[in-house]
Design a protein around this ligand. Structure first.
Ligand code: COA
Length: 311
């Protein structure tokens, strides 16, 4: 490197899912629900539960660091997005930092299900501030704050993590971002200390589509590209119908969309990096491709970013 800091690109990625699978049929046996209802309304067929936010983070991060061809000593900052930290104090990133053997600074970011893209933007900003490699993790264990007797939420939320390494480059591959929140919408999706997630499903659905569309459009405009240029959109994996509705309005076909929610459910911060890792592992993203990340969540937060996939 010449020391000229022009931008960042994603150089490694990794995913982690807990071992316990809960299928729609499992829910059929104990709740007043059906595989047909869940599949039709959400697209989810099964989800994973278990582990801690730290343990899932560590597994995903180890894969991402190795994929980037780096060692823990190379990481200059850890940004961990989670809405389900293992303890109130300290930040989960402290545990993850120690277990990974990192020697750098570490902190948590909480912007609910939009958190991973917020963390990615923070990571990019750290690169512009002089850090060479930033580890960005999105991890959540929503099963711990979900009432498993409430059919309207139990079938949706689950656990998982994904991680990426952002590295300094002389050609900027991080093209644009759009971050926002409408805090007047706190009451439609929240969880109090010691409580469970509470949600006005229909309202969240409607607002999520609007937020995704306007945020994606803002990020695309700032990147100077159109939806036709997007090789892959990696949306928050909450509900297939939300993604279809947003894609429809944006004019992005589902074939150009990364989907893992049928196997993962909604893993909040874990969802976008899980979908990214699956698409990258399948060879669906090629050097030079424009990738659009688009998240939304409680708050109500939204976050989009456009990156050019590195070589
Ligand atoms: N199985 C069967 N019936 C269920 C059910 C389930 N798992 N969950 C809810 N229902 C019932 C409701 O009780 C309601 O019954 P009622 O008409 O007798 O009162 C009926 O289905 C319709 O409920 P409604 O909430 O209007 O359904 P919907 O079509 O809006 O679908 C969601 C519900 C939750 C799937 C949908 O609103 C949604 O996906 N919202 C967004 C949620 C989300 O993604 N949150 C996270 C954002 S990060």
């Amino acid at each position: 490197m010449t020391g000229i800091m022009l931008g960042s690109k994603i150089t490694g990625w990794g995913a982690a899912l807990p071992g316990t699978v809960i299928t729609n049929e499992d829910f059929e046996k104990r709740l007043d629900t059906s595989d047909a209802w869940i599949t039709e309304r959400t697209g989810i067929k099964e989800r994973r539960v278990g582990g801690t936010t730290a343990s899932l983070s560590i597994e995903a991060a180890q894969k991402a660091i190795a994929a980037a061809g780096l060692t823990p000593a190379d990481i200059g900052m850890l940004v961990l997005s989670t809405t389900t930290p293992d303890q109130t104090v300290p930040a989960t990133s402290a545990t993850v930092q120690a277990e990974l053997g990192l020697t750098c600074g570490a902190f948590d970011v909480n912007a609910a299900c939009a958190g991973f893209v917020y963390a990615l933007v923070v990571g990019h900003s750290m690169i512009l501030s002089g850090v060479e490699h930033v580890l960005v993790i999105g991890a959540d264990t929503l099963s711990r704050i979900t009432d498993m007797e409430d059919r309207s939420t139990a079938v949706l939320f689950a656990d998982g993590a994904g991680a990426v390494v952002l590295s300094r480059t002389e050609e900027n591959n991080f093209l644009s971002w759009d971050l926002g929140v409408d805090g007047t919408l706190v009451p439609i999706l929240y969880c109090d200390h010691g409580g469970y997630l509470r949600m006005e499903g229909r309202e969240v659905f409607k607002r999520a589509v609007l937020a995704m569309v306007s945020s994606a459009q803002a990020a695309l405009e700032r990147a100077g590209i159109t939806t036709d240029d997007v090789a892959l959109v990696v949306p928050h994996q909450a509900n297939i119908r939300i993604i279809e509705a947003a894609n429809n309005r944006l004019g992005i076909p589902m074939e150009r969309t990364a989907i893992v929610l049928d196997k993962t459910g909604n893993t909040s911060s874990g969802s976008i990096p899980l979908a990214l890792a699956a698409a990258a592992d399948m060879g669906r993203i090629h050097p030079g491709d424009y990738v659009l990340f688009c998240g939304f969540g409680a708050g109500m937060t939204w976050a989009s970013a456009v990156v050019r996939w590195g070589a």
